[in-house]
Ligand binder design. Structure first.
Ligand code: ATP
Ligand code: MG
Length: 261
């Protein structure tokens, strides 16, 4: 594993590019996350942020460029393989099993350590009751961390939106990833929920030693949480660096014209 300074490099993109027909959705993305980074990926709508996640998690194969996780090239590997290697994500549009309880959704995440896809993990559930009870304990511990223990038995579909987002993070954590990708985790949350989520994401890094890459539109949220930020606009990097540099960058201000950065 290569290192920069003291900390190992967990994820690196070098010239990662993907083209859909005539559209270059991500062009030459180059950035690096070190172990324990809280790294933000921002940019206006359609900038290519979710597409970056799709490249990193194997949903799309890069047209060119390299993506390395813990020193190994992962560009073009299957999503299942990449998940097994230790990258997990949440989705911009929440993807839970709505009919399952909150705790069961997290148990499904834990099954992913043994199975390759959410679907097969789900199918495996009824035949492994003993393992399930051990995993349920682990899932309950995660729900404590995510402040969801009191709704553990509720149907996930009945949770308010903000709690569903926290549950997705709990399920991702249950796969025991080294790197967790959060696609707009604060979307739809009220200011108090956002503040609480900041505390939780910091805990994920500090107490669980995860590296976190997150996409978020709420500038206050990103600037208050992330130590480094990469800014995309129309698939191109327009800036990267610490929040104070990003906040004052003329290109970033222009891309977000009219919004408080
Ligand atoms: N599979 C695909 N086929 C064709 N075009 C795509 C595909 N996936 C994404 N795109 C296009 O790539 C561009 C970037 O999309 P992406 O979803 O990555 O944006 P984003 O930065 O996540 O935006 P938002 O903030 O709205 O979520 C958009 O123009 C989108 O239409
Ligand atoms: Mg998106």
């Amino acid at each position: 594993m290569s290192t920069t300074g003291e900390k190992p490099v967990v994820l690196s993109l070098e010239g990662a590019t993907i083209q859909f027909g005539g559209l270059i959705a991500v062009n030459n993305a180059t950035f690096e996350l070190q172990q324990g980074d809280l790294f933000g990926l921002i940019g206006p709508n359609g900038a290519g942020k979710t597409t970056c996640f799709n490249l990193i998690t194997g949903v799309y194969k890069p047209t060119s460029g390299t993506i390395r996780f813990q020193g190994k090239e992962i560009g073009g590997l299957t999503p299942a393989k990449i998940a097994q290697m230790g990258i997990c994500r949440t989705f911009q549009n929440i993807r839970l099993f709505p009919a399952l309880s909150v705790v069961e959704n997290v148990v499904v995440g834990a099954f992913l350590r043994h199975r390759t896809t959410l679907g097969s993990a789900f199918a495996y559930l009824p035949s492994s009751i003993r393992e399930t009870s051990a995993l349920k304990k682990e899932a309950m511990d995660l729900l404590e961390v995510m402040d969801l223990a009191d709704v553990a038995q509720a149907r996930s579909a009945d949770l308010p939106y903000g709690k569903q987002r926290r549950l997705e993070i709990a399920r991702a954590m249950a796969t025991r990833p080294d790197l967790i990708l959060l696609d707009e985790p604060a979307a739809g949350m009220n200011p108090q929920e956002k503040e609480d989520l900041q505390v939780t994401v910091r805990r994920i890094r500090d107490d669980f030693q995860k590296t976190v890459l997150l996409i978020e539109h709420d500038m206050r949220f990103v600037m208050g949480l992330c130590e480094r930020i990469f800014v995309l606009d129309h698939g191109e990097e327009i800036a990267q660096g610490p929040p104070e540099k990003i906040r004052n960058d003329p290109k970033v201000i222009e891309a977000y014209l009219g919004e408080a950065v």
